[in-house]
Design a binder for this molecule. Structure first.
Ligand code: ADP
Ligand code: ZN
Length: 365
């Protein structure tokens, strides 16, 4: 039986290739039939981290075997430290040792880390192998699995080696989130709220209403993921002439990235972005004409979802230093995405850093 699912078609500017994002509770059990429709060779490799592999590796390879595929599970360590060149090389050699060729499909089963790493490997393995995303974190479902960006880290910084490599399919099953720890859920929620702030106030209203039971009501959760993913898909499909449209995804991220860097990446991405959004809402009132009532509503939503938790001891000086190192800096002012109204972003080129710092500090006091 096929599960009920929602679909998004992703088309990319200037490219022939398009692919589908399918979203539905229980969809992982249909992975085999969806792969068959893509006409892929029977030999498959599923890349996952140890934790996700322990939870779902056997289930997913079982589903694939039942559909006539012959899958092999390849595991990496959980967390950011797997996104390195030595891991890519080790995986590539495992693929060769087990008979992979350039038509062999890689399936990324995991969060953003596994998706970035496997996508990167797929993009360079024998000059490019097909690749499928099966995201298991909320962040990956609404953000990282969409848009075709792949990357690994270098000792000098995150995501410094990367490619664009579009998956052939993104298959999203919200039931994976049953086992996702609250901290990881919050990372995804911050991006979903962001999508509401920049594009869809109605999404904010729905989130507010669903908050107490969001992770219990699977169909409602699937609808929210669908809407948030559709917003990301729409924005990444914008072409170069619409560069400003893509920049709106940076809402809350100018300060968010500075906070993450100043904490030496101990602060979770979602939490950093949540504080960035609190300050950006306040800046929007001062500079972009957002009504104080709308800002207060947004700030309350961020707090009700428990996203703006206590910050670790960060020195404001470190945050400002990180902010001026940010590539979007312009003198002592900085480029911010602000809101004129909820759902109506504006790129604001010269926000005084002193004002940004003041509002940031007010948010974490
Ligand atoms: P992100 O998608 O935020 O980049 P990661 O890929 O780093 O996240 O995954 C975050 C952590 O969550 C990792 O330790 C990973 O093993 C774990 N994880 C991912 N998906 C699930 C899941 N569905 N259930 C439980 N843990 C998961
Ligand atoms: Zn983000």
């Amino acid at each position: 039986m096929q599960s009920q699912s929602r679909a998004i078609l992703i088309t990319l500017p200037g490219r022939e290739q398009r692919y589908r994002v399918l979203i539905g509770p229980g969809l992982r059990f249909d992975l085999g039939s969806h792969l068959k429709a893509l006409d892929l060779p029977p030999r498959l490799f599923v890349v996952s981290d140890r934790r996700v592999a322990g939870l779902y590796g056997g289930q997913v390879t079982g589903v694939l075997e039942k559909a006539g595929f012959s899958p092999t599970l390849l595991e990496v360590s959980p967390g950011e430290r797997a996104k390195t060149w030595p891991v890519v090389q080790r995986l590539a050699r495992d693929l060769l040792a087990q008979g992979a060729d350039r038509r062999t499909c890689l399936i990324a089963l995991g969060g953003g880390v596994v998706g970035d790493l496997s996508g990167f490997l797929a993009s360079i393995f024998m000059r490019g192998a097909p690749f499928i995303q099966v995201p298991t974190t909320l962040l990956a479902m609404v953000d990282a699995s969409l848009g075709g960006k792949t990357a690994i880290n270098l000792p000098e910084g995150k995501n410094l080696l990367g490619t664009f490599h579009q998956p052939r399919l993104v298959l999203t099953d919200p039931e994976f989130l049953d086992t996702l720890p609250p901290k990881e859920r919050r990372n995804g929620l911050a991006e979903i709220l962001k999508h509401g702030f920049i594009r869809d106030p109605d999404l904010l209203t729905r989130l507010e209403r669903l908050r107490p039971r969001l992770f219990q009501d699977r169909e409602a959760l699937a609808d929210i993921i669908h809407r948030a993913a559709a917003i990301k898909a729409e924005v990444v499909a914008a072409d170069e002439r619409e560069a400003d449209l893509r920049r709106i995804l940076n809402f809350g991220h100018t300060l968010g990235h500075a906070l993450e860097a100043a904490s030496r990446y101990r602060l979770a991405h979602g939490q950093a972005v949540a504080f960035g959004m609190l300050a950006a809402l306040q800046l929007s009132v001062s500079l972009a004409g957002l009504s104080p009532g709308a800002a207060a509503y947004g700030q309350r939503l961020i707090k009700d979802f428990d996203l703006a938790r206590k910050l670790p001891n960060l020195a404001m000086g470190d945050v400002l230093a990180a902010l001026t190192l940010d590539k979007k800096r312009e003198g002592q002012n900085s480029v911010f995405v602000l809101l004129e109204e909820l759902g109506k972003p504006v790129i604001y080129p010269d926000v005084p850093l002193s004002l940004a710092a003041e509002f940031l500090q007010a948010g974490w006091a």
